[in-house]
Structure formats: structure tokens, C-alpha cells
Ligand binder design. Structure first.
Ligand SMILES: [Zn+2]
Length: 355
């Protein structure tokens, strides 16, 4: 049995955002502490990998020279803000961000060559809000998009990115909006507040028409609508698309206690979503799946949340006794209607959704 890779670099520590910023160094510390306490380091099902840094040519698979230079300059001058919000760069951010990209690429490399069954890249800063020439929403370089573009250079022609972060991955959507090689599917909270795009009528353009699938849920949506979307949209579209590689933008800020996300998801839903994608990867693409960490800011629980996705990656059963969190039934009804609406709209592109 091949191992599951866990890719982690201490270099993320040089990305300093300050103690009160939600996207802090504490996030990866609590994840690593949890994995350590579970003795994952010594279990034969897992292999820990220290990544290399990304090279300029890797960043340029997705990002403009100007964007890369700007990030470098801000860091060299001691740090500062990279957008109008709270995307902070410190002196060491360029190094950390290049290692975050390197982590995603190392994970992909190990899976492509068959040395690993699948892998989770524990990265920060996160990536999915970063576009080809902008940083945004705590994201500097788009880790998962660079991984997808890298796969395309290796001859992969059908790559699925499923984004389960609470927020829409506007950067990723932007980068692949005209592409039929990368199918971008995102389940997320109402994007009106942030990032302002990710509505269900955004479905791709040109060659990419039909290769963007957005499922924007009302604030407060809980497990059952998410699982319905997995069952009735994500799984059938994935089977029809038959990806050669599955990438997960794995954000955990949909958890009901998260201070940034505004969904109502319980602990169990993250492992159930992973389990579904692992099953699809096994059925369709010889298990080739890499998860890349995005958001997730409730640090008292983040380690456990990540653990409950890493266990099924190695074929381990889920921790028992995780209950679903109660949701408002009105919200759930509205959320289920969104699923129906998206199915109808996307049936223009996917035969499997034809009612
Ligand atoms: Zn998020």
C-alpha cells in the first residue's frame, strides 16, 4: 500500500502577520501539534516531506512578472500591505510564499510519479484569492493554481479543482476562466461580502465555458445542503469530466465556530467531503489527489479538522461521535434551492445533470 504524504516546511514561520491577524503562524503550529500527538510521524501509512522552494519559473506558470516583483519589493523593504484589506507581507513573506507553492508542487510531484498515493500540502500563506497579478484575502501566490498549471505542463489535460473553503476562490476562477483543461468547482458562502464574485451564473468563458461551477450558499448553511451538493453536483460532474488529477482547495473556515467564515458546517462534513473525493479519485484517476490548505481560523479545532481529513486519505476510519451542528431549517431550505438552481443551470454543460 502506498503512503499518504504530508508536506510541511518550517519556512511558513517567516510569514509574520501579527498576533491578532486570523491568518497567523499559530494555524500550522496547532495542525502539526495535533498530528504529532496522534503519532502520525511514526505510522507507516504516512510519509512526511520537506518541500523545496518554488523557482521563479514555477511562479510564472500563473503569475505576472509585475506581481512577483511587487511582492519581492514590498518584502525587501521590510513589509507592508499588498491590497486594500489585510493581506500583509512581512520581510520573510516572499520566502514563505515560495515555499507554500513549493509544498503544493512537491505534493503533486510525489503523486504523479507514483511514489505516494495522495498528499496534503500544509501551506501558508493560503492561495485561492490570489490572481495572476494581484494578492488578496491573505493570499500571495495561488498555490493550487500553480499546481494545476504544473500538471498541465506534465501532460495532464483534465484537472479538477474542488474548492471547499468558505469563501469563493476568485483568484483560481480568474486564472482558469477560459480553460477547459482545469474544471473549477467551488462550494462557498454568499460571495456578496467577499470576494464579490462566485455567483452561479459565472460559468466560464470561451474554451472554458461550462468549466466553472459555483455553488453560492446562504450564510449559515449547514451540512445537509453541502452533502446534497456533493452528491448531486460534484460527484456526477466529476464522473462526467473524468479528471486525471484531483486537487482540493482545502479550507476549513466553513466550520461553525470559525471567526472568519459564516457557514454552519460541523466537523464531520469535512471528512465526508474528503471521503467522497477519495472514492472518486480511486474510481477515476488511480487515487491521484492532492489537498492544499487554504483558510481555517478557529485554531482550537483546526488541528482536529485537518486530522479528520488526513485519516481517510490513508484509508483510516473517521473519528466516531462527531455530531452535525444544528442549522436553521429556513436557511437549509434556501440552500437546497441553490443546489437545484445550479443543477438546472449547469445541465446546459453536463448531460449527467439533465433532469
Ligand atoms: Zn476562506
Amino acid at each position: 500500500m502506498k503512503e499518504t504524504g504530508i508536506v510541511y516546511s518550517e519556512q511558513h514561520r517567516s510569514h509574520k502577520t501579527g498576533r491578532h491577524h486570523p491568518e497567523s503562524r499559530r494555524r500550522l503550529r496547532v495542525i502539526m501539534d495535533t498530528l504529532r500527538k496522534q503519532h502520525l510521524f511514526s505510522r507507516e501509512e504516512y510519509r512526511f516531506i520537506t518541500p523545496k522552494t518554488a523557482q521563479l519559473e514555477d511562479l510564472q506558470l500563473v503569475h505576472s512578472r509585475d506581481h512577483i516583483e511587487l511582492v519581492k519589493q514590498v518584502c525587501n523593504s521590510g513589509g507592508g500591505l499588498l491590497d486594500l484589506g489585510d493581506t500583509i507581507a512581512s520581510k520573510g513573506t516572499f520566502t514563505a510564499a515560495a515555499y507554500a507553492v513549493g509544498s503544493a508542487l512537491s505534493a503533486v510531484d510525489e503523486v504523479v510519479t507514483g511514489r505516494l498515493r495522495n498528499a496534503f500540502a500544509l501551506t501558508r500563506p493560503p492561495g485561492h484569492h490570489a490572481g495572476s497579478d494581484y494578492a488578496m484575502g491573505f493570499c500571495i501566490f495561488n498555490n493550487v493554481s500553480i499546481a494545476a498549471s504544473y500538471l498541465a505542463t506534465k501532460g495532464f489535460q483534465r484537472i479538477l479543482i474542488l474548492d471547499i473553503d468558505a469563501h469563493h476562490g476568485n483568484g483560481t476562477q480568474d486564472i482558469f476562466y477560459n480553460s477547459s483543461e482545469v474544471l473549477y468547482v467551488s462550494l462557498h458562502e454568499d460571495p456578496r461580502e467577499f470576494p464579490g464574485v462566485g455567483f452561479d451564473d459565472e460559468v466560464g468563458r470561451g474554451e472554458g465555458l461550462g468549466f466553472t461551477v459555483n455553488v453560492p450558499f446562504p450564510l449559515g448553511t449547514g451540512d445537509s445542503a453541502y452533502l446534497k451538493a456533493m452528491r448531486e453536483i460534484v460527484a456526477p460532474i466529476t464522473r462526467e469530466f473524468t479528471p486525471q488529477f484531483i486537487l482540493l482547495s482545502a479550507g476549513f473556515d466553513g466550520y461553525f465556530l470559525d471567526p472568519v467564515g459564516r457557514l454552519n458546517l460541523s466537523h464531520q462534513v469535512f471528512s465526508l467531503i474528503f471521503q467522497e473525493m477519495l472514492d472518486l479519485a480511486s474510481e477515476i484517476c488511480e487515487d491521484r489527489l492532492v489537498a492544499v490548505l487554504e483558510g481555517g481560523y478557529y485554531t482550537r479545532r483546526l488541528g482536529q479538522l485537518v486530522l479528520s481529513t488526513i485519516l481517510p486519505m490513508a484509508g483510516k476510519s473517521l473519528p466516531a461521535s462527531v455530531h452535525s451542528h444544528p442549522v436553521d431549517s429556513e436557511t437549509e431550505k434556501r440552500a437546497e434551492k441553490v443546489v437545484e438552481r445550479v443543477k438546472k443551470a449547469q445541465s446546459e454543460f453536463w448531460d449527467t445533470l439533465d433532469a
